[in-house]
Design a protein around this ligand. Structure first.
Ligand code: HEM
Length: 425
């Protein structure tokens, strides 16, 4: 294995060369583990073709007008989250990740999958514990090179634990698919056809698009399951992690918190109404804070691309079939790109301060054709939650940024829980 670490700016200039990169281990590995495939975790030959077709199919589910429909759920679930925070307000400390992850999972189920809370309440807890177990097994395996061959891995206790967890996890994803199939059958499937104009009152869940394409023979039941697994995992854990680090960072930056609160009050005035999407788009400072938090704490700290062909990167010729690791966490802390990189400075993201920045200096959602399909969804969800939470509560520090010891994982996690104290305003 060759690990090439380049600390200077290297850019693949020719568009042709960019096509030589295909998405590799990060998502592929987790998808593989969620699927519990028995065969060797290699990238299937047709994976690029399959990806192009599915990406095109699913992009529609993230159209701005669809996001506006999902926004209703963001508000509702944030209200439920606030009830739980109210119970915790004044207590010594609250564990942020375990507060956030059930909310972000519920949001994924109701928006992209179109199922209501009542359908899945008892399955949320076991799903979340299974995700933790699977990530743990995956990272144990990654750290032990001898466990890479599938037949050897399958003999281990880790594989047995993982198999159980995957089964538990599938209980939720299979239920979600079944519920939506039943609902669409009841409503008559074609009822959703006209929603491609994004104007009907009904929400077009992403799962509807998958089921519709399944009916048209463009993917099979296995394909539906794969996408549901990927989205459920990719869409809830990343946001829970981002919210956890952001709240911890803001708890330690009282002046920045005050500035966000002022902005919220300016936009919403004395009313106690919920924000609209237009209100949120006026909250530019809050947006800078979210971006700055994703700079310091990118939920996906490393992404990996597989080189299909030999490629020249700066002074090096990298052979075909190499895995190229892109260290987003380290890129975002480069002092030449972000002076005083360890400090939380939201003003870095004011338009005048990022105009001359290299377009790939900041990539929390990756970049290029395989970037995050859910980034607008994620930004809107995080803005909604932060706006509502900071309007009602002040965050006091418990965990400090310097206390954090990261854990090896595919998303950014710390070895110890991250806490803040919530105080009512
Ligand atoms: C703070 C929140 C999020 C962050 C930081 C984030 C980050 C990323 C990154 C870095 C990638 C590239 C992964 C790779 O190349 O291995 C990615 C891909 C992806 N993300 Fe996100 N993500 C977030 C939220 C979401 C949400 C809310 C969804 C779904 C609603 C989502 C769905 C996906 C999917 C499906 C892919 C694979 C895209 C493809 O290969 O075409 N993500 N995300």
């Amino acid at each position: 294995m060759i690990l090439l670490m380049c600390n200077n700016n290297i850019e693949v200039k020719k568009t042709d060369n960019r096509r030589n990169f295909i998405r590799n281990l990060g998502m592929a590995l987790i998808e593989d583990h969620l699927r519990n495939r028995k065969d060797n975790p290699q990238i299937p030959k047709d994976s690029r073709k399959k990806w192009i077709q599915r990406r095109k199919m699913l992009t529609k589910a993230f159209h701005f007008n669809i996001l506006k429909k999902y926004f209703v759920t963001f508000l509702k679930e944030t209200d439920n989250l606030m009830k739980r925070v109210r119970e915790d307000a004044g207590k010594e400390k609250t564990d942020l990740f375990h507060l956030m992850n059930s909310t972000t999972l519920r949001i994924m189920c109701e928006t992209t999958m179109g199922v209501t809370n009542n359908d899945i309440t008892s399955l949320v807890g076991p799903y979340l514990s299974s995700v933790e177990v699977i990530c743990d097994c995956l990272t144990k395996r990654l750290g032990r090179i001898w466990l890479n061959p599938e037949p050897i891995y399958q003999l281990t206790n880790i594989a047995k634990i993982e198999k159980n967890a995957v089964e538990n996890l599938h209980t939720l994803t299979n239920t979600v698919i079944k519920r939506r199939r039943d609902y669409l059958a009841e409503k008559n499937f074609n009822h959703f056809d006209h929603d491609e104009n994004f104007e009907s009152k009904d929400k077009l869940a992403m799962l509807d698009l998958l089921l519709k394409n399944e009916k048209a023979g463009l993917l099979d039941n296995q394909g539906v399951k794969e996408e549901v697994d990927t989205f459920m995992f990719g869409g809830h854990d990343t946001i829970a992690v981002a919210m956890t680090f952001m709240m911890m960072a803001l708890a330690n930056e009282s002046e920045i918190q005050d500035k966000i609160y002022e902005e919220i009050c300016q936009v919403l005035g004395d009313s106690d109404r919920s924000p609209t999407t237009d209100d949120l788009s006026q909250m530019k400072y809050l947006e800078c804070c979210i971006k700055e938090s994703l700079r310091l704490y990118p939920s996906a700290p490393i992404i990996i691309r597989h080189l299909r062909e030999e490629i020249v990167l700066g002074d090096y010729t990298v052979p075909a079939d190499t895995s190229a690791f892109i260290f987003i966490y380290d890129l975002h802390r480069r002092a030449d790109l972000f002076p005083d990189p360890e400090r939380f400075i939201p003003e870095r993201f004011l338009p005048e301060n990022c105009a001359n920045r290299h377009p790939y200096a900041y990539i929390p959602f990756s970049a290029g054709p395989r970037n995050c399909i859910g980034q607008k969804f994620a930004m809107l969800e995080m803005k909604t939650m932060m706006c509502k939470l900071l309007r009602m509560f002040r965050l006091e520090p418990i965990t400090k940024p310097e206390d954090i010891v990261y854990k090896m994982d595919i998303v950014l996690r710390s070895t110890h829980p991250i806490y803040v104290k919530f105080c009512g305003r």
